[in-house]
Unconditional design. Structure first.
Length: 338
């Protein structure tokens, strides 16, 4: 089965237009077979839910490297003193430990209806179909009949989105096309709250301790914070750690960083936005979707990594031995108490 591997995503939300630009660099591991095999034997794909109809386009994946450069941890050298005994100036002990680092942490049943194909596109090495459905089982049948991924776990995964009236965009790799690679894909859609569809089918959830790395770059009107779930079950995205959060241009960056990944004009509107980066080593593990809120009054943050730097201290063994012998002699000569 093909599974999600390390992922990099960009969520850029404009509070003025309430439009989210979601860029995903998809990576997969495993064999393309079984439930993931498509017509022709070469194709695989994935589904993305959105609350409104998305515009789909190819994005420049270089944006992730551009955003990752200023948000890299700040390295701080920390002296680590190591004693070395000497005998008449000769070193008797010499050893080095491998450098280590430590991060400073800061409902009624829905009647059956046909699946509506809202639109289709061929983009970034994929065929994509934006779908609206009133029944998840009919959605699964449509996917299977048209060469997209379909299996019972995906049908169950789609149920809450279908019930809420969300769109489902189905992507499949175009195995027979002249292009054999896949690039980053951008989906732009209206939403009152920026989101990432963090929830995955149950057969995709990684075992504890065996997750991949999800790196999320979130651009918006302040320091971002993630929340999983809704209502009484809402909770902080605790499995992810913030590595960086500052205004986008704070380290010499600008809206130009986003220009290749966002539609024309969208990057300029976000010139004063903040960039917050997260790392989640448990991916994929979600049973709820992820939404973001922003705090423009928050303090900037950058993760600090302490790097031990060895400093040798020479301790003369012969002098230490003489001092010890002197203390013994002095103790023997000291008169005992009556």
């Amino acid at each position: 089965m093909v599974r999600s591997a390390d992922q990099r995503i960009l969520v850029a939300w404009d509070p003025a237009t309430k439009v989210e630009h979601f860029v995903r660099e998809a990576r997969f591991t495993g064999e393309r077979g079984g439930a993931d095999r498509q017509e022709g034997g070469n194709d695989f794909g994935f589904l993305v839910p959105t609350p409104t109809e998305p515009e789909i386009a190819e994005a420049d994946g270089a944006v992730f490297a551009a955003l990752g450069a200023p948000s890299a941890p700040r390295i701080v050298d920390v002296p680590r003193f190591r004693p070395h005994w000497t005998l008449v100036g000769a070193l008797l002990l010499s050893s080095r430990m491998a450098p280590t680092s430590r991060a400073a942490t800061d409902a009624a049943p829905i009647p059956k209806a046909a699946v509506e194909v809202v639109k289709t596109a061929r983009v970034a090495g994929y065929e994509a179909a934006v779908l609206r459905a009133d029944d998840p089982d009919l959605l699964g049948k449509w996917l299977a009949d048209n060469g997209y991924q379909s299996r019972p776990e995906l049908v169950e995964w789609s149920r809450p989105y279908v019930a809420a009236g969300w769109m489902i965009t189905a992507f499949k790799y175009v195995g027979g096309a002249a292009r054999t690679d896949v690039s980053a894909v951008r989906m732009s859609f209206a939403t009152d709250r920026p989101l990432f569809p963090y929830r995955v089918p149950v057969d995709q959830i990684a075992e504890s301790g065996r997750g991949s790395m999800l790196r999320a770059f979130v651009v918006g009107p302040g320091r971002a914070a993630g929340t999983l779930g809704e209502g009484a079950s809402a909770r902080a995205w605790s499995q992810a750690g913030i590595t960086y959060s500052r205004p986008l241009g704070a380290d010499g960056g600008s809206a130009e960083i986003l220009a290749g990944a966002l539609p024309a004009g969208a990057a300029g509107a976000l010139a004063d936005a903040w960039l917050t980066t997260f790392e989640d080593a448990t991916w994929p593990s979600g049973t709820d979707d992820l939404t973001f809120a922003f705090d423009p009054a928050a303090k900037p943050y950058q993760r600090v990594v302490e790097r031990p730097v060895d400093r040798d201290v020479l301790l003369p063994l012969d002098v230490a031995a003489l001092a010890a012998a002197g203390r013994v002699v002095a103790a023997r000569r000291r008169p005992s108490a009556a």
